[in-house]
Design a protein around this ligand. Structure first.
Ligand SMILES: [Zn+2]
Length: 411
């Protein structure tokens, strides 16, 4: 058996370049193999993690014929591999080939990229509290712990779209003045929050029996695709306007769902922007209404049935604007970027931004003041927060913090 010590003395490096995809392909490696037929004949070795030091990963490969220590180090565009065997022929020895075969088939052909300085292996051994190292007969795998959420720059969030596209959005802020509405009836406005996230939210009417004070629906009667003449007499001009706009919004949202049928998340495209603009029009009208409910919406055909009581929740509609800021939390080694939302100067927690454009907090619904805010909140909500270790502070500043700070306050 060869020890790591003797291995270091005798090891000679072979260079395997990363391909265009920054991957190591087993098939490519085999072209430089000293004995491809022997590789095909060999059984898979067991790979045991020995150490990771000076950016070099050492694995003990156990073959039926014996044990060999294989080392891998990534430098720039190439992987440098060593083996403790006595192979003298030019090319990659069978043990390295076989180890690469096991690793790439099990952990993927980008595995070796993680060995580059400042990448996963480097970080995981420097900051053990952030990672799990899972050892098996297939070597070692670095698994980021959940607390890191999105680890920059490896998994910068891209939903609903990349940050630069969100920040480049043109925004206009307009507010429509409305007046207090007097007389009300038992028609209520349901904020339909699509469960699947396939489409933007919309507004639908439903009727129900109100309490004496007319401030709550006791029991629901039906959804109202349109309202009849006698009902029209009982509503005011603002409500009429709201109904017309809601029906436009509903059509827009349903069309969006149809066009987007294979996706369980919304695309922030032109149709989405159009839906936002419609919401911007109807939201102030809604804020005058007493009977507004959020309602979890699944599919079109349920609108022919009675509204389900347990899916409707009475809410207040507030014209106060959620203000979006970003927060940086520094520790000695790492930095965390997270989102903060203030309403009326007060930091809020435990809010719900599942549905685009809207924020629900303690029974009140707010709307984001512009389309970009609505999108960036989803961008951050899709990941939770971003963690970066100090090795990546420079890139974090350049690619995330600087562009963010041009549009948002960073506290
Ligand atoms: Zn070898």
């Amino acid at each position: 058996m060869v020890t790591t010590k003797t291995f270091r003395k005798t090891a000679k490096e072979v260079v395997i370049p990363f391909n265009k995809e920054k991957a190591i392909s087993f098939r490519q490696v085999m072209k430089d193999c000293v004995d491809p037929e022997q590789v095909s004949a060999l059984r898979y070795p067991a790979l045991k993690f020995v150490q990771y030091k000076n950016h070099r990963l050492l694995l003990r490969c156990t073959f039926r014929s014996g044990n060999y220590v294989v080392g891998f180090k990534a430098v720039g565009d190439e992987l440098r591999a060593t083996c403790s065997c006595k192979e003298t022929r030019p090319g990659v020895c069978v043990h390295i080939c076989k180890a690469i075969e096991v690793i790439t088939s099990w952990h993927g052909d980008k595995y070796f990229l993680q060995l580059l300085p400042k990448r996963q292996f480097d970080l995981a051994f420097k900051y053990p509290q952030g990672f799990d190292k899972v050892e098996s007969e297939r070597g070692i795998q670095i698994v980021k712990r959940k607390e890191l959420m999105a680890l920059f720059p490896f998994d910068s969030p891209i939903l609903p779209m990349p940050l630069d596209e969100i920040l480049a959005m043109k925004i206009t802020s307009e507010r429509k003045k409305t007046e207090q509405v007097g007389k009300r009836d038992a028609i209520s406005f349901l904020l339909m929050l699509p469960h699947s996230g396939k489409q933007p939210p919309f507004i639908y009417l439903a009727s129900g029996k109100p309490t004496k004070g007319n401030d709550k629906i006791m029991s629901w009667t039906k959804f109202l695709p349109s309202i009849d003449d006698s009902s029209i007499k009982s509503i005011n001009g603002f409500q009429h306007d709201l109904i017309v706009k809601s029906s436009r919004l509903f059509e827009l949202s349903e069309k969006f769902a149809k066009d987007n049928k294979n996706q369980s998340w919304v695309k922030w495209n032109n149709d989405m922007a159009a839906a936002y603009d419609e919401w911007k029009q109807v939201f102030p009208l809604l804020s005058n209404e007493m009977l507004v409910y959020t309602y979890t919406y699944y599919r079109f055909r349920e609108l022919k049935m009675r509204p389900a009581k347990n899916r409707a929740e009475k809410v207040l509609v507030s014209m106060d604007k959620p203000v979006v800021n970003f927060k940086i939390t520094n520790t000695n080694d790492s930095c965390q970027v997270s989102l903060e939302i203030n309403i009326n100067g007060k930091l809020i927690k435990n809010y719900d931004v599942y549905c685009p454009f809207l924020l629900v907090h303690e029974g009140t619904v707010y709307m984001f003041d512009n389309y970009r805010d609505a999108a960036i909140v989803k961008w951050m909500a899709s990941t939770g927060w971003i963690t970066a270790y100090k090795e990546h502070f420079k890139e974090l500043r350049e690619y995330i913090l600087k562009p963010l700070s041009e549009r948002y306050t960073i506290v």
